[in-house]
Design a protein around this ligand. Structure first.
Ligand code: ZN
Ligand code: ZN
Length: 260
């Protein structure tokens, strides 16, 4: 699965011309933002959108590129923002290297948010799987996985991600990974309940996680009767107090409780 955020959805600026890929890329190269990425971004998907937009602004207005340099950008919430997209030469890999790999950006830096969330790691792999599985005319890529620093003089994608690539870029929770299946995102600070109808990214984050666990729920950012029923059923299944509300412990359990 790949949670794609279209250019319209993140309100990308119009690009000034894309170069089509003439040959199938060998694979993907991972990148990071570098510098400081505010850890608050993990709590607020709106900041992901703002960061991607600021990167596009920098690439177009300062680097004078035709568009954001990456093929796609992955945020801490397993969302994949379309950058230049498939079938197009990226600009981020370095001169002479761009057409060889799709460029995938992870929204982590050298300080603040340094280690990707598990959802971001899933997103990085979802993006790769999506790019490999494209239809033939969209230029699906091969299986090679490298970092920006492979073949180019840069710290990118940072030591953590580069080490992860070298360890065979495992899915979180998979063999060889000491990390749990999924780290809960920080508690948003309000109890999700209905009525009244609550909306927001925190609702969406919880819904997406419940959908991932196999519950039938729309990921629409609206905590209504269906979300309440899912919350109740989940509490019942886990032996928690059945309230239909998502408090701090219910929130954490959505990520930490074993899927049964
Ligand atoms: Zn890079
Ligand atoms: Zn996000």
């Amino acid at each position: 699965m790949a949670n794609l955020v279209t250019r319209d959805q993140w309100n990308a600026r119009t690009h000034k011309g894309h170069t089509p890929l003439r040959e199938r890329p060998r694979g993907v190269k991972y990148h990071y933002v570098g510098g400081r990425v505010e850890p608050d971004i993990v709590k607020d998907h709106g900041q992901c959108v703002a960061l991607v937009k600021s990167i596009q602004r920098h690439h177009m207005d300062t680097n004078l590129w035709a568009d954001i340099g990456y093929s796609v950008q992955c945020c801490p919430h397993r969302e994949i923002f379309i950058g230049r997209g498939p079938g197009v030469v990226p600009a981020a890999n370095g001169p002479g290297l761009n057409a060889q790999h799709y460029a995938i950006l992870a929204l982590v830096g050298d300080s603040g948010l340094v280690v990707p969330t598990d959802d971001m790691l899933h997103g990085l792999l979802d993006a790769r799987a999506w790019l490999m599985g494209l239809r033939e005319e969209e230029q699906p890529c091969g299986g090679e996985v490298l970092g920006h620093r492979d073949g180019y003089g840069t710290e990118c994608p940072g030591d953590w991600l580069y080490d992860w690539i070298r360890r065979g870029h495992p899915r979180p929770g998979g063999a060889g990974s000491p990390r749990p299946v999924s780290q809960p995102p920080p508690w948003p600070g309000r109890v999700l309940e209905y009525p009244p109808l609550q909306t927001g990214d925190d609702v969406r984050t919880w819904q997406r996680q419940m959908a991932r666990r196999g519950w039938r729920i729309d990921v629409d950012g609206r905590f209504g009767p269906t979300s309440r029923e899912v919350a109740r059923a989940f509490q019942k299944e886990k032996g928690f107090r059945v309230t239909g509300r998502v408090g701090r412990d219910d929130w954490r359990a959505a990520w930490l409780a074993p899927i049964t």
